[in-house]
Ligand binder design. Structure first.
Ligand code: ADP
Ligand code: ZN
Ligand code: ZN
Length: 743
């Protein structure tokens, strides 16, 4: 037994372990190695359990050496080594270290964000098998009769008998029966059997042969396939429906045939089921899927299948870029322009940019795909850094979509819909076609207003109104998440006359239900798709092709292929035309181009109607008459004049404080700490465009430079000084390198 006075027995060679700990610290921590394990492989990337302050934490080994800047008698030994194989490969460790340094984020937190939750908690890296239940051989409908006195068991058995395949926990939960007790009883009666299977298996599916490629596709595939063995960035710029996914499939085929793995990044969860299905059908292979809609076990399963090379195809949203993929041969980034690739809080990385870094480090190619490439990527093409492959033709239709503006000025309007648009909806529905209406605002109305005195439902914690959700009879703040029951009376004068001002998707849906009583109105937004499986169900319905009106937010604008939609209506463009955000016009152009691509995908010609009060706006005019590329050229020129990305590089220091004075104190001190440098311009501190949010007052300082290197040099000097400021303790602050917006 060791007494308290005796130091613990540690590595006789005296080596020190450097560990990244999950804490807001910019350097690693040093630990001693217990004597029992000093001869084991303490490989970088393995997890260790460590004492950290008064708690225990899970850290990642980043190195081992003889040196520590801390006196050895002040170091503690680690508690345990958790892995025999690294959970973060050498490549990933190197990527993460690069990212921590580039985004100036604490390295331990960066490493945490790369791991599935269960691994962060110190659980085993092997995923559990999945337990499945099915009816036993010989169990028949007759057995149901014997369960007269146990209605729950009866119900469950009936459901199981109706299934051809075994059901897992999740599928059973979806039946909405309280099934566990009943299942146990059925097992005891030997009416059902229970089995375990590996977490990732291929369900039997009919494989589907791909179409033969058209000339444009073939050219792109040939050009990229020639280059599969080295690092090169390819941009596939193809109009919606031009068959980009088909190109991804062909290239993946070549990479897998070479015994390598393919990583496909998608911006949104809602895009994964369709895409995943296409890959599964084509390859008859397990596809590892990773996104935040999965439970912890499923995520671990996807992660493990990728890191053991069990899955050749890995599809996921932004954090999937940090997955170990030992034989990575190609990265595909679908909808590369999409803002979801940038994480907007905590570790503020951009997965698209990190994918390029990773591909460069691993000497493999990247394929970026989009119908509306980001201005960044288009500029890289003009500078010959990316190879571009253009697809002008739609794969399954030759008809061009007609885009027209509806001038809303002095038009009669109903709930945000002009008479002209309603007429058109009528005509398209009469032909048995589908209509898609797009409005980036959920809820019933963006605010309630008192008809007597003008009082409005504003959020107490934000400079914003609270959105009225009629069905729930609630007000929600879409900025801070606050929810309250909706008021029956004015908060000022107690009048009962509260008006719903403006229209969101819920209101449009209700109105359309009244206006077109025989037509199904399929609303797709975050509110109607919260339940698991709801989105799939709604999309499935739309695919059925029956005449209907789809109403939705940007969830609908992305990637979905609805062949029967012949009319797309964009209900509100004016808000984006007047936004203070420097990317707003780029987003609007992308959105209009993307939603236009939803119309007339099959043999039927499509039509797009855009409602605006600004029909002569140069952006809309360029886009309509000259197309996205010309728009992008003009927008890039504007950015150059304004010194904005991609011409110059930005970083933001953001501060959020409960007391305004605390915020000012910190930001002023921060401002004074910046070393004057004539290559970096500094703006601020100024209040954020939405100054108060979630009860905090927000200010920002923007740094702008034509040279990345000087910008980073400046930030690196600045950051440690900021952390030292006393005033920093009173506020929340963060640095955002390459911010997505300046909000
Ligand atoms: P994108 O990814 O550019 O939107 P997709 O790859 O999804 O386009 O293709 C759109 C539709 O056209 C899909 O239904 C796809 O199966 C079909 N398609 C793609 N390429 C071809 C082709 N060469 N011949 C026939 N159909 C094709
Ligand atoms: Zn709020
Ligand atoms: Zn009032």
């Amino acid at each position: 037994m060791t007494s308290a006075a005796e130091p613990p027995k540690t590595d006789p060679t005296g080596s020190i372990l450097h560990v990244a700990v999950p804490a807001p610290l910019f350097s690693c921590f040093d630990y001693l190695i217990p004597a029992e394990i000093f001869q084991q492989d303490l490989t970088p990337g393995c997890r260790v359990r460590i004492p950290f302050g008064r708690r225990k934490a899970i850290g990642i080994i980043v190195g081992r050496s003889q040196h520590s800047e801390i006196a050895k008698n002040r170091l503690k030994p680690i508690d345990a080594l958790l892995d025999s194989e690294p959970v973060l490969s050498r490549e990933i460790l190197s990527l993460l270290q690069w990212a921590a340094s580039y985004y100036l984020h604490p390295v331990g937190e960066v490493m945490q964000s790369a791991l599935p939750v269960l691994l962060r908690q110190g659980k085993a890296a092997e995923p559990k098998n999945i337990i499945v239940w099915r009816v036993a051989d010989g169990t028949t409908m007759d057995d149901i009769q014997t369960l007269q006195r146990a209605p729950k068991q009866q119900q469950l058995l009936q459901r199981l008998l109706a299934q051809d395949t075994a059901l897992d926990e999740e599928q059973l939960n979806a039946l909405q029966l309280n099934w566990r007790g009943a299942m146990k009883a059925l097992l005891e009666k030997k009416l059902v059997t229970r089995a375990e299977k590996p977490c990732l298996t291929v369900a039997p599916i009919d494989s589907i042969q791909g179409p033969s490629l058209n000339d444009e596709q073939q050219q792109a595939v040939d050009a990229i396939a020639k280059d599969l063995h080295r690092h090169q960035i390819h941009l596939v710029h193809g109009v919606t429906g031009s068959g980009k996914t088909e190109i991804y499939l062909r290239l993946s085929e070549a990479v897998i045939a070479d015994d390598k793995q393919v990583l496909i990044l998608v911006p949104e969860i809602s895009l994964t089921p369709q895409l995943t299905e296409r890959f599964r059908q084509r390859f008859k292979q397990p596809v590892a899927v990773l996104h935040s809609g999965l439970n912890d076990q499923q995520r671990l399963c996807g992660w493990h299948s990728a890191s053991t090379d069990h899955a050749k195809l890995i599809i996921g949203t932004r954090s999937t870029i940090f997955t170990n993929i030992p034989k990575l041969g190609l990265i595909i980034i679908d909808e590369e322009h999409d803002g979801s690739y940038k994480q907007q809080e905590g570790f503020r990385y951009n997965a698209r940019d990190l994918a390029l870094v990773r591909a460069h480090k691993e000497n493999i190619p990247v394929v970026l795909g989009s119908a509306t490439p980001s201005l960044e990527s288009l500029r890289n093409v003009t500078q010959d850094r990316y190879h571009i492959h253009k697809l002008y033709k739609r794969a399954r239709s030759n008809v061009a979509t007609r885009i027209k503006l509806i001038d809303m000025c002095s038009q009669p309007m109903k709930e945000g819909l002009s008479a002209a648009l309603l007429d058109n909806i009528d005509q398209h529905l009469k032909k048995g076609n589908q209509v898609l209406l797009f409005l980036n605002r959920r809820g019933y109305s963006p605010l309630l207003m008192c008809h007597e005195c003008g009082w409005t439902t504003s959020c107490k914690r934000c400079d914003a109104h609270m959105t009225f959700h009629k069905h729930k009879q609630q007000l929600h703040c879409h900025h801070c998440g606050a929810e309250t029951a909706s008021p029956k009376q004015c908060g000022d004068c107690s009048s009962n006359e509260l008006l719903a001002i403006g229209a969101g998707t819920e209101r449009i849906e209700q109105f359309l239900n009244e206006r077109f009583p025989d037509v199904f109105v399929n609303r797709i937004d975050r509110d109607t798709t919260r339940k698991k499986g709801a989105l799939e169900e709604k999309i499935q319905h739309a695919h059925g092709g029956e005449a209907c009106i789809l109403v939705g937010t940007q969830m609908l604008a992305k990637g979905h292929d609805f062949p029967n939609v012949t009319l797309v209506g964009v209900l509100d463009t004016d808000q984006a035309l007047f936004s203070a955000d420097f990317r707003a016009s780029e987003h609007l152009a992308q959105l209009i181009t993307q939603v236009s691509g939803r119309a007339g995908r099959a043999e039927k010609p499509g039509e797009v109607l855009i409602q605006t009060h600004q029909p002569n706006h140069p952006l809309l005019q360029t886009l309509l008459h000259e197309g996205y590329e010309k728009f992008a050229e003009a927008a890039l020129e504007e950015r150059e004049q304004a010194g904005l990305p991609p011409h110059k590089h930005l970083a933001m220091l953001r501060c959020a404080a409960i007391k305004t004075e605390a915020g000012h104190a910190f930001m002023n001190e921060a401002r004074n700490l910046i070393q004057p440098d004539n290559t970096v311009d500094i703006f601020g501190p100024v209040p954020a465009p939405m100054e108060k949010r979630a009860g905090r007052y927000r200010t920002q300082i923007m740094l702008q430079s034509a040279e990345r290197k000087s910008l980073h040099q400046c930030l690196r000097q600045w950051l440690p000084q900021l952390a030292q400021l006393k005033s920093a303790k009173q506020v929340r602050w963060s640095i955002d390198v390459d911010p997505y917006d300046t909000y």
